[in-house]
Design a protein around this ligand. Structure first.
Ligand code: AMP
Length: 287
């Protein structure tokens, strides 16, 4: 595995390495866990060359968020990336990556008035900004993204479609701990008690799925069920619970197609998100 910090060097290496079945790209913020590695595994299966980036992107963090204390361990990340089969690990430097961002800015206008977009103003502007830069630098054929961050996937799919980026976004299912907690770099900031309670997030989503499949009357009923389950199982404070169409992220008018039940819970030192995407058929139920 080759580690590269410099954009020009990366461009040169990629130019000389491009092979028939293309470049698979896995953008991350590091502190790697099995969720990230599942993206690499899929990229490895489908591409000749696998590029991973590790960059804690400052522009997607708001004031007072956890940019400064976002967990970092590059030495460990390098070993895990290499073991998982990454060919090139790109470690951009802020001085270079943001050197030219003065005259044109990217602003997401749809799909961000809900879920994390609503609670974290500007977050997705930062996400599309860094990904636009990385996509232009790496020029991947396929980009592997986790459905753990389902709103991010939906927003990036729109970016790619609206601006004709010649890349395919590959959606990868959420990897979980054996007790159901979604793997996340931020899980290390849970206290032992919070960690013990946190699987209730996934449990509440399973109950939501069951309720929808069994004919719940409305989104409100499902959201209430999720709220009551979480409140009775953990001290974490609910940031949001939403039931929306996916990937449109619009209010659900009838149970049809892909529905996302999404939530965020704030713990003492970590904000956790999770979601479940459920496919329902119009013939079965009505809201
Ligand atoms: P991050 O480092 O948190 O920005 O995540 C980098 C990529 O890994 C994103 O596409 C995430 O959606 C994905 N990811 C994070 N956690 C998981 C998980 N538990 N399962 C699958 N993918 C994940």
């Amino acid at each position: 595995m080759r580690c590269i910090e410099n954009i020009r060097e990366l461009t040169e290496v990629l130019k000389n390495n491009k092979k028939s079945s293309g470049i698979g790209f896995v953008p991350t913020m590091g502190y790697l866990h099995e969720g990230h590695l599942s993206l690499v595994k899929k990229a490895r299966e489908e591409n000749d060359l696998v590029v991973m980036s590790i960059y804690v992107n400052p522009t997607q963090f708001g004031p007072g968020e956890d940019f400064d204390r976002y967990p970092r361990d590059l030495k460990r990340d390098r070993a895990l990336a290499e073991e998982a089969g990454v060919d090139i690990l790109f470690l951009p430097r802020t001085e270079e990556i943001y050197a030219g961002t003065t005259s044109v800015t990217l602003h997401v206008t749809e799909g961000v008035d809900v879920m994390c977009g609503k609670r974290r103003p500007g977050h997705f502007d930062g996400v599309v900004t860094i990904l636009t830069k990385l996509f232009h630098i790496v020029q991947p054929d396929s980009v592997y993204m986790g459905l753990k961050d389902a709103q991010q996937v939906a927003v990036v799919e729109r970016l790619v479609n609206d601006y004709f980026f010649p890349v395919t976004i590959v959606r990868v299912p959420t990897m979980r701990e054996s007790d159901g907690l979604a793997k996340s770099s931020r899980n290390v900031y849970l206290s032992p008690k919070e960690r013990e309670e946190a699987p209730v997030l996934q449990h509440s989503l399973q109950l939501a799925r069951k309720a929808i499949q069994e004919g719940a009357d409305s989104s409100e009923e499902v959201m209430l069920l999720v709220r009551e389950t979480i409140e009775s199982g953990t001290s974490g404070i609910i940031d949001y619970i939403e039931v929306l169409s996916y990937p449109g992220l619009c209010p659900v008018e009838e149970w049809d197609g892909e529905i996302i039940v999404a939530l965020a819970v704030q713990y003492e030192r970590a904000r956790l998100i999770d979601n479940m995407i459920i496919t329902v058929s119009k013939e079965d139920k009505h809201v």
